[in-house]
Design a binder for this molecule. Structure first.
Ligand SMILES: Cc1ncc(COP(=O)(O)O)c(C=O)c1O
Length: 376
């Protein structure tokens, strides 16, 4: 009997270690990790430079809270903002849902409005404000208390009808690419229409890049790919290469609109987390891994393109593979062959969220094995 709380439907795999794009089980199997530690390990597992940096950070200053100044926090924030002009302020938190809670709180405080509009296939986390803005019904049904109707409104993904975004709306929140919802790319120009509508009615635009940010889509921020200029961006997952850290990134004007004590957390922006943020960003840029993600996507797309009934969607290292086989079956068949992938909320769409360091040989191995499984 496990002593752990039973809320996760776990795969029958017990992990002992991870190295690069592979994980090892306690029974000695070596598995190619195309689920990337749940979209959290952009540089693969056990990256030497990150290990050294984290070790040094702990020895230098293990922890202090936001009750004083620490240069590493400024360095991490500058690394997040490098090359940006519109976005200029970072608030560090501990997870994706907390970044979204902060963003939604900020939007509601600043506009004085309550309603948040989200997309029907969006996922934003499991705490109250994030979950109430989550579009996927199965998740919203798990709200612990009924939330007032005025809290949230949804628009169907891709719908030209944007009338739900009116003068009562504090913010629209959307993922750069809805991932759990099945990795559907927004129709060309649609996000721009939403942004225009937000501007017209005085609502803020929040882009949730908890999965799509930190270079995953081939651009540092996912929204760069989609041609919109959000008021707030949220990050987590890859941001700390496995060290729990999230961030709310916003404009100078919005940062100036809140007062001391409006947002806060003990652990957010601790020195170890910030070290991992700064180092992860530095390595991604130094090693050209955003450009590599563009190639990675193309190689997988081309590799699978000859397979009957298979569609590849997404961008960079956020890849949806729709197949005639249910995604759960495909995942099980690949796992038997020592490849780990993810599923999604769309029954026939599997998700690949690989580390950005995946080699051509590893990609080709996946393509070959997936071909054998899907052609069988
Ligand atoms: C797009 C998106 N937003 C928010 C979250 C919530 O992040 P966390 O699990 O770190 O709270 C997730 C997690 O999968 C996500 O994919």
């Amino acid at each position: 009997m496990s002593a752990l709380f039973p809320v996760y439907p776990r795969l029958d795999l017990e992990l002992a270690s991870g190295h690069g794009a592979y994980v090892k089980t306690t029974s000695g199997r070596t598995i190619l990790d195309l689920y990337g530690g749940h979209a959290v390990t952009p540089l693969g597992h056990g990256h030497r430079e990150l290990a050294d940096a984290l070790n040094a950070a702990y020895r230098t200053l293990d922890f202090y809270s936001n009750s004083l100044h620490m240069p590493i926090q400024e360095q991490a924030a500058e690394a997040v903002l490098e090359g940006q002009s519109h976005l200029s302020r970072v608030h560090f938190v501990n997870s994706g849902t907390e970044a979204n809670e902060s963003a939604l709180h900020l939007a509601r405080r600043v506009t004085g409005r309550t309603t948040v509009v989200s997309l029907s296939n969006g996922f934003h986390g499991r705490t109250l404000a994030s979950l109430s803005a989550t579009g996927i019904q199965g998740y919203r049904d798990r709200l612990s208390v009924p939330v007032p109707e005025s809290w949230s409104r949804r628009i169907d993904f891709g719908s030209p009808d944007l009338s739900a975004i009116d003068e009562t709306v504090a913010a629209v929140i959307l993922e750069s690419v809805p991932s759990l919802g099945g990795v559907f790319m927004p129709p060309k120009g649609w996000y721009r229409e939403i942004a225009k509508r937000c501007e017209k009615v005085g609502a803020l635009l929040i882009v949730d890049e908890v999965q799509g940010g930190v270079g995953r889509l081939g651009t540092w921020f996912g929204h760069e790919l989609l041609g919109v200029q959000p008021d707030i961006v949220t990050l987590a997952k890859s941001l700390g290469s496995g060290f729990p850290v999230g961030a709310m990134v916003t404009t100078e004007a919005l940062a100036q609109a809140v007062g001391f004590g409006e947002l806060g957390t003990t652990f957010g922006g601790g020195p170890m987390a910030c070290t991992m943020v700064a180092k992860t960003a530095q390595i991604i840029r130094r090693d050209g891994l955003m450009e590599r993600n563009v190639e990675l996507f193309e190689r997988i797309r081309k590799g699978l393109s000859g397979l009957e009934g298979v569609t590849v969607r997404g961008a960079g290292a956020l890849i949806g593979v729709e197949t005639p086989m249910p995604a759960g079956e495909l995942r099980a068949a690949l796992l038997e062959r020592d490849i780990l992938i993810g599923v999604s909320g769309h029954g026939h769409t599997a998700r690949l969220l690989p580390p950005y360091i995946l080699t051509d040989e590893q990609i080709d191995h996946f393509v070959q094995v997936a071909g054998e499984v899907l052609d069988a």
